[in-house]
Ligand binder design. Structure first.
Ligand code: ZN
Length: 446
């Protein structure tokens, strides 16, 4: 054991140490009863910590008439009030539950929605001990021989640094902090570094993976010369057809990772795909009806609600992620017993046409199956149809006949009335790519 790991091990909090004993700290191998025991104790501990050290949570618990010590967990968790983004926006210290001098790092939300920012303070232990402790070797197949190009944002965001720590300290890999289109980190330089260093893993967002592939073509950088094992995509979701396009551009498989500033890691896709195995050492995941907040059973689609289990600086308890998804308790071909989560897009991005809501991934899936269509598009929902602004695929000259053919094919396959408009260029974004542009706020949503 190295000096650092010995030191880290000594600093592990009791709940984590008890369940993550040396040599057994692989959450993805735990039998269900061990995981259930961990969840019971970890939920109790984080609720009690918030009750004892945070006024915001204490007030909410009192208003709901609950005391953590009297709850049976996880059965009574639904009695704990939900926490919304609106409650914590613009208030950096509202979740703070440790003395302020213990805070060593703060990240800021990078979402596409406007309004005040969300801040999440961390202690050093939160970042380097608790967050790296519940290891998931089979789900994070990164090792000491890997060269990782980390093309996620390092500024403000938690994404770049979180993966940096996980790969470098948690997996022992070599990590190149490329960033995502920052002042120094142009796409060209990122690609050159990937080629020159012999990168084996690229982690970035789906849209930036496409942008990098386009720049490689312009700069005559041959992607096949980069010895990648796979791409890891996060920060944005996408349809299976869009993923296939990314894999075709790069010539390597692409897997997905789901997490957030507020919750840290939430789900990790295995090589068998078909959903994200829950990062069950880090989070307890529930699905609720977004309107009634009633808990939903596996298989039922609703809003994803997260309770973070390990970090003490800013506990995140029954937090409404704003993402839609459902849980899958069926065994997975990969052998990892952790339940899986399937994502259905952001609540705010659901497209409502003629009173029916559709996931943007659903329409994207069919759009991306059209070979005449390029990789960049925007959906502009109208009350009775969806207007789609799209670039033509390379080598395709748009014509009225092509446009009409795509429209009728999409309408036939999706049942959604659409109008397609070819544009020479859809704007590229350095931040999260906006796929759905609501011209008017949805009157049905508060
Ligand atoms: Zn699996």
């Amino acid at each position: 054991m190295s000096y650092l790991s010995r030191r880290l091990h000594l600093r592990l909090p009791e709940i984590v140490r008890e369940y993550l004993r040396e040599g057994e700290n692989l959450v993805d191998r735990w039998p269900p009863e061990r995981l259930a025991g961990y969840h019971r104790q970890a939920l109790f501990r984080i609720l009690t910590h918030a009750w004892e050290h945070n006024r915001f949570y204490r007030r909410k618990f009192l208003e709901a008439g609950i005391v953590p010590a009297a709850l049976a967990l996880p059965e009574d968790l639904h009695r704990v009030p939900l926490t919304s983004k609106e409650e914590i926006r613009g208030q950096p210290w509202v979740l703070l539950s440790v003395p302020r001098h213990q805070v060593s790092q703060i990240h800021v939300s990078t979402g596409t929605t406007g309004g005040d920012q969300i801040y999440i303070p961390h202690t050093w232990e939160d970042l380097y001990v608790r967050n790296l402790a519940p290891a998931m070797r089979r789900l994070v197949p990164v090792g000491i021989d890997d060269v990782v190009i980390n093309a996620l944002p390092y500024e403000m965001s938690s994404a770049g640094l979180a993966f940096h720590r996980t790969f470098q300290k948690g997996c022992g890999a070599l990590v190149m902090p490329a960033g995502k289109g920052g002042y120094y980190s142009t796409p060209e330089r990122t690609l050159r570094a990937a080629r020159d260093l012999g990168a084996t893993i690229l982690i970035t967002t789906p849209s930036y993976a496409v942008l990098l592939a386009e720049v490689a073509q312009e700069e005559k950088i041959v992607l096949a010369e980069i010895p990648l094992r796979f791409l890891w995509l996060t920060g944005e979701g996408c349809s299976p057809a869009f993923r296939e396009r990314i894999e075709a551009l790069w010539g390597h498989p692409a897997y997905f990772y789901y997490g957030s500033l507020e919750a840290g890691p939430i789900g990790i896709e295995c090589m068998a795909r078909g959903g994200y195995h829950l990062a069950a050492g880090h989070v307890y995941v529930e699905i609720v009806d977004p309107d009634t907040t009633r808990p939903l059973a596996p298989g039922e689609t609703g809003e994803i609600v997260i309770t973070e289990l390990t970090r003490l600086a800013s506990p995140v308890i029954r937090y409404r992620t704003g993402d839609f998804g459902y849980l899958d308790d069926a065994p997975c071909a990969c052998g990892v017993p952790l339940w899986k989560l399937s994502l259905r897009g952001r609540v705010d991005d659901q497209i409502r046409v003629n009173g029916v809501a559709h996931s943007p991934y659903y329409l994207e899936e069919f759009l991306m199956r059209s070979p005449e269509v390029g990789n960049w598009y925007q959906f502009l929902p109208k009350s009775d149809r969806i207007s789609i602004r799209v670039e033509p695929a390379p080598g395709v000259t748009p014509s009225e006949a092509i446009r009409q053919a795509i429209e009728s094919r999409l309408e036939y396959e999706t049942g959604i009335p659409v109008e397609v408009q070819f544009v020479s260029q859809v704007p590229r974004s350095g931040g999260k790519t906006l796929r759905v542009i609501h011209e008017h706020p949805d009157p049905d949503r508060g």
